[in-house]
Design a protein. Structure first.
Length: 278
């Protein structure tokens, strides 16, 4: 009898084979430049752009067009533009790592390429066969982007969807248990980290109000009394805070400082999380 691992490998091969067949059935004709759709988002172009401390308007323009032409022919026809856009992001991330390390010396200083996520989407077990992400992203932590430490994150996406964040997003059950134990033992540490003056200056509010609550529990966690004095904090499954930026801000001089302002405000927050879960 075949073991479970071999069976899973066979199922994965069958799934990939089926997706390729379905794609071929839909028609795989090679598209030409004239077949490409224009981007629907008007990208700002401030006077003097591109700036050394911002993302180039051409980079956002490319990503906007990718949104409307998410297929390999577009990348093939625009290979030089893609490499230029990627280099622009790499250069920005390189500076970001150096400056962030001055604020949080625990951050791993590595080649910027190692901090950036792959542009190709993971197409396993999905019916959405669009091959590429339509945003550029990178993260930084004491163990690099693949580690489970609390991290700093940036995602560049046209349409005023760029966001800068930090924290722990959907941690493993073990990390979540340690995070909640940290809250039970000393929630004041987190309260203090989330109410420093810099938090309100950057986010316009402070405390638990700045945390992402999309996966927050509606009831008390298992084995936690519903009347626990820290029940509000304990209901968070993720502990992450983020700030959105407009396309205008992303391509304008000073964007790097705005990103660093967010990170600086959240250094104590990340430090507390890592002291509990690291």
């Amino acid at each position: 009898m075949e073991n479970k691992e071999i069976q899973q490998q066979k199922q994965l091969k069958l799934h990939r084979s089926s997706k390729k067949k379905n794609t071929a059935e839909k028609g795989d004709a090679i598209r030409k430049e004239s077949d490409m759709n224009p981007g629907k988002i008007k990208i700002p172009r401030p006077k003097g752009a591109p700036f050394a401390d911002a993302i180039a308007p051409d980079t956002l323009e490319f990503m906007s067009e990718l949104m409307e032409n998410n297929h390999r022919d577009f990348m093939r026809l625009n290979e030089k533009r893609w490499h230029t856009a990627r280099k622009d992001f790499i250069d920005f991330v390189r500076t970001l790592i150096d400056e962030l390390h001055k604020m949080d010396p625990t951050i791993l200083v590595e080649d910027a390429r190692q901090a950036i996520y792959r542009q190709n989407r993971d197409l396993r077990f999905t019916n959405d066969l669009r091959p590429y992400k339509t945003f550029l992203s990178a993260s930084f932590s004491r163990g690099g982007k693949k580690s489970s430490f609390a991290m700093y994150y940036i995602s560049i996406e046209p349409g005023n969807k760029t966001h800068v964040a930090a924290g722990l997003w959907q941690p493993s059950s073990d990390k979540l248990a340690r995070m909640r134990q940290g809250i039970i033992d000393n929630a004041d540490l987190m309260r203090e980290a989330l109410t420093i003056p810099r938090i309100k200056e950057v986010f316009g509010e402070d405390g638990l109000a700045i945390l992402e609550a999309s996966d927050k529990l509606k009831v008390a966690p298992k084995n936690i009394p519903k009347d626990h004095p820290e029940i509000e904090m304990l209901r968070f499954k993720s502990m992450a805070a983020s700030k959105m930026f407009t396309d205008e801000e992303v391509v304008s001089a000073g964007f790097l400082d705005k990103v660093l302002d967010v990170y600086e405000a959240l250094v104590p927050f990340v430090t507390v999380l890592n002291s509990w879960t690291g």
